[in-house]
Design a protein around this ligand. Structure first.
Ligand SMILES: Cc1ncc(COP(=O)(O)O)c(C=O)c1O
Length: 360
């Protein structure tokens, strides 16, 4: 195998065509005579990159004009703080589906009231709690979810009820893996490093009227979404190279893949190849409730930690990288985001079958 298959949960594999384009433009981007890394963020060359990136995103997901597209640094973790800092006035309803909502809960509690509207910790987060409107606290401002749980491999197939409240969602691991109707949310955020580009840039889609309900004690301009809206994400030096890469990935989704509907078909195909095998295997199994299974993060175990270790080591040797499960859950996990080719999953399954035969 000339190239390895990288199943990392993030930073994750990138489309090869995008890496090649970035390599081609490394020394001279768009005839500017310089690398994107060297451009002033105030230059017309970079302004065009920023505009093209946003325009491509708007086309891909039909993002209407009453939503702003922002680029922020600090990753998903800064969003865990910024969201309550801006919007938690009377409290937040949070549905706890694992590590990434636990961290959001911790930060939100520092800044106001939290009501846990649902919680799947009783079964180590192997399902999505199905809540009703009655499970929500009547006084909270918004409902907060993590839509795809990267570590546990669960995903909301339907959004929770949130009548009379705003909906804010962390889409870090599922953004643009399928069609996205942003009008169902008031705000979405996603770290780029799984499906959109390199680490260091977080994409935010925010409904403009959400800014009418901001708190009035936001401690810093850099922590205030309005600063990014009013300055086209250029109040300070933005992560210019990251934004450029996000633009290339979105162009690839549009031109090479053919849009998010097509991307979804490919992702469902890849997931089905792996789940079908896991469901028929006598050695490997996936612990997640079938209806809540993620299409892009697929954990699995043998039930024997020593055998898991052996599998991970032999898989690495065979060119399948980063299959070790998250340190908090163990076992294995295959992250098969947009850039993982179907062939990568087929080859992984062939390898798993062989391993099963040899170690039965
Ligand atoms: C769903 C989700 N949210 C948030 C984060 C945290 O992102 P960051 O490391 O960029 O702060 C991650 C990281 O993997 C994640 O998977």
């Amino acid at each position: 195998m000339s190239k390895i298959y990288n199943f990392s949960a993030g930073p994750a594999c990138m489309p090869e065509a995008v890496l090649k384009k970035a390599a081609d433009e490394m020394l001279d981007a768009n005839g500017s005579g310089m690398s994107v890394m060297e451009m002033s963020h105030r230059s017309s060359s970079f302004e065009k990159i920023l505009k093209d990136t946003k325009d491509t995103m708007r086309r891909l997901a039909n993002i209407p004009d009453d939503y702003e597209i922002l680029f922020i640094q600090g990753g998903g973790n800064l969003q865990f703080s910024m969201v309550p800092m801006n919007f938690n006035k009377n409290g937040a309803d949070i549905i706890n589906t694992g590590q990434w909502t636990k961290k959001a809960i911790k930060e939100t509690e520092k800044l106001g009231r939290v009501h846990i509207a649902g919680d799947s910790s009783d079964k180590t987060f192997t399902y999505i709690p199905k809540i009703t409107q009655e499970d929500l606290d009547p006084d909270t401002d918004y409902v907060y979810i993590c839509e795809n749980n990267t570590i546990y491999g669960t995903k909301y197939k339907e959004l929770p009820p949130h009548e009379g409240k705003k909906l804010i969602a962390d889409l870090s691991s599922c953004i643009f893996t399928e069609p996205l109707d942003v009008t169902k949310y008031d705000m979405i955020f996603a770290g780029a490093q799984k499906n959109l580009g390199p680490a260091g840039v977080t994409v935010v889609f925010i409904k403009k009227d959400l800014l009418d309900s901001q708190r009035n004690d936001i401690p810093s301009a850099m922590l205030d979404y309005k600063t990014y809206v009013n300055n086209d994400s250029m109040y300070n030096t933005p992560p210019t190279y990251g934004i450029y890469m996000v633009g290339l990935v979105c162009k690839w989704l549009e031109d090479e893949i053919g849009g998010l509907e097509e991307m979804e078909k490919i992702n469902h195909k890849k997931a089905a190849i792996l789940y079908d095998y896991l469901d028929s295997s006598k050695m490997f199994s996936n612990p997640v409730a079938v209806e809540d299974r993620s299409y892009v993060n697929i954990p699995f175990v043998t039930g024997n930690p020593d055998l898991d270790k052996k599998f991970i080591a032999q898989a690495k040797e065979a060119g399948f990288e980063n299959l070790k499960g998250h340190r908090t859950v163990g076992g294995m996990r295959a992250s098969i985001y947009n850039a993982m080719p179907v062939e990568g999953v087929e080859k992984l399954v062939a390898f798993m079958k062989k391993f099963e035969e040899e170690n039965a």
